[in-house]
Design a binder for this molecule. Structure first.
Ligand code: NAX
Ligand code: K
Length: 502
């Protein structure tokens, strides 16, 4: 499922009309009809429906929706929020059809009129503004959006909640808070932004028959279960423990022994053949009994943390480093040296990210993949860009960083964005707020390590790992856990139910 900017959406629309020869009026008919088909299961025939239409093609979709519902016997009222002369082109065509079919258009007079209609409506269809919005919402739409958000009626937005930007980078907006949004053909970027996604409510994508096109701006794809099923390597009956690779996890310190234990266990539960924990004696003795399936590589410690030393990694296929290792200077020097020397794929998380912060230049020289897995706070530390700015432009910030430093970047959050060094991006579609807890990242690193060790394209391996991790949390929340009590270790236990369905 391709994620688009407004500009890309218009480009696909243009190609469909010019190259595909599909009339724009037909696309609008398809959009309105598809949306009604998706609405039917959630609307009741006895309810009264108010369709609010604006002056662009989003409003045109609104006229199609109104006509389709009217001919199906629904009680529909249309309020046009702009004067007649503003309705042009395909929208004017569909307005005329609405009138031909016996529909009435109530033209906006004042907000008290809207307030009255809203109070009488059970369902509001928001077709005021789509992806064509520019700048801050003007009056009277601004007030109307405010009123829509005050009433109890079920609000269904067409394509995008009115007022919401389609792209990243906008911080000031006033928008409809929808209960449902039926998105035309491709999710817009804002669906995956922390500041915008809550406005969408529940959402579904409706197909209207647009041209398939490869955009020049690189791929940006929402990664779903069907993608995981298609790309996740199947375990062969003939495989042995070495087939699925040997992984090494380096981390842990006397005050944080649990982190590495979770990473080891998560990697083993995600199909890793052989996993070794590289850690200091104090950690090893406290966790070995919790994770008996792993083997251990003793590392030299000083004051409860790792110190500089050579490590032979020749027998491992991939390495994860950083979890719970602490931030002292010797551990940092050890991490930097190891990352520089190792000629294997290496995933760096948590404290490891702090250690390599000032050595990103040598990271970009590495010949084997480097995977960095920061949350926004760590991303801010790595880039010097504020968390606020990162959350405002996560796609662009990720792309630039991955390209500049030649890394695979997993920017964690409610919609984790995975970016490869060429700027291709996959966005995870699983997970819930129960994962916003200590230990979640350690578990994710383990799942990702197991994925990296199996034969998959690197970006797909990372996206599959994020999907599986989030899905485990989702399944637990939908059965016997809550977002409050969910623990990182529960997510490890939940992996079984995810793998059973993939
Ligand atoms: N492939 C496509 O792109 C298709 C798009 N369709 C619909 O068309 C929409 C895009 O249509 P348009 O490009 O006409 O744009 P919109 O319908 O989103 O908005 C354009 C209208 O809003 C007004 N406007 C812009 N900024 C404003 C602001 N800040 N305050 C108040 N009014 C403002 C403009 O004056 C114009 O009248 C999509 O969101 C979708 O719903 C569908 O009809 C089917 C095909
Ligand atoms: K809308």
């Amino acid at each position: 499922m391709q994620i688009v900017t407004a500009k890309e959406m218009y480009e696909i629309d243009r190609l469909t009309i010019e190259k595909g020869g599909v009339d724009g009026k037909l696309l609008m008919e398809n959009a309105g009809r598809s949306i009604v088909n998706h609405m039917l299961p959630i609307i009741d025939r006895t309810k009264s429906i108010l369709v609010l239409v604006g002056g662009g093609n989003n409003g045109g979709d609104g006229f199609v929706i109104a006509r389709t519902l009217l001919t199906d016997g629904y009680d529909v009222l249309v309020v046009q929020l702009v004067p007649d002369y503003k309705i042009k082109g395909e929208a004017a065509y569909h307005k005329q059809l609405w009138l031909n079919f016996g529909g009435i258009v109530h033209v906006f007079q004042d907000t008290s009129m809207i307030r009255r209609y809203l109070l009488d409506a059970d369902i509001v269809v928001d077709a005021m503004l789509g992806i064509g919005i520019s700048g801050e919402v003007r009056q009277p739409l601004k007030d109307v959006i405010g009123l829509v958000n005050q009433v109890e009626a079920l609000t269904i937005s067409v394509d995008i909640p009115s007022g919401l930007p389609a792209d990243e980078g906008e911080s000031h907006f006033e928008a409809v808070v929808a209960d449902y949004t039926f998105i035309v053909e491709h999710p817009k970027m804002s669906l995956f932004l922390e500041s915008c996604s809550p406005f969408y409510g529940k959402w579904e994508v409706v197909k209207i028959g647009l041209f398939h096109s490869n955009l020049s701006s690189g791929s940006r794809i929402a990664w779903r279960e069907r993608d995981v099923k298609r790309t996740l390597p199947k375990r062969s009956r003939n495989s042995h423990k070495g087939t699925h690779g040997r992984g090494l996890v380096i981390g842990g310190s006397s005050t944080m022994p649990g982190s590495i234990a979770m990473t080891l266990k998560a990697a083993l539960r995600s199909g890793a053949g052989l996993i070794t924990g590289g850690t200091i004696n104090e950690v090893f003795s406290s966790i070995a009994s919790h994770c008996v399936e792993a083997t251990y590589l003793p590392l030299l410690g000083k004051a409860g943390a790792m110190t500089t030393q050579p490590v032979d990694v020749s027998m491992y296929n991939a390495i994860a480093i950083g979890m719970g290792m602490g931030r002292n200077e010797e551990t940092a020097a050890f991490t930097r040296q190891l990352v520089k020397d190792v000629t294997k794929p290496i995933l760096i998380d948590a404290d490891g990210l702090h250690h390599i912060k000032d050595d990103l230049a040598s990271i970009s020289q590495r010949k084997q993949p480097t995977i960095l897995t920061p949350h926004p706070g760590e991303m801010a530390m790595l880039t010097g860009i504020s968390v606020r700015e990162i959350l405002l432009h996560p796609f662009e910030v990720s792309k630039q960083f991955a390209y500049e430093h030649n890394v695979y970047l997993v920017l964690k959050g409610p919609h984790t964005i995975i970016t490869d060094p060429n700027g291709n991006q996959l966005v995870n579609t699983t997970g819930n707020q129960g994962l916003a807890k200590g230990g979640s990242g350690d578990v994710l690193s383990g799942v990702l390590l197991a994925m990296i060790m199996q034969e998959q394209s690197m970006i797909e391996a990372l996206a599959n790992g994020c999907f599986i991790h989030g899905k485990s949390a989702d399944l637990l929340i939908s059965s016997h856990r809550s977002t409050e009590d969910l623990l990182a270790t529960d997510v490890i236990d939940g992996l079984a139910s995810v793998f059973r369905t993939l």
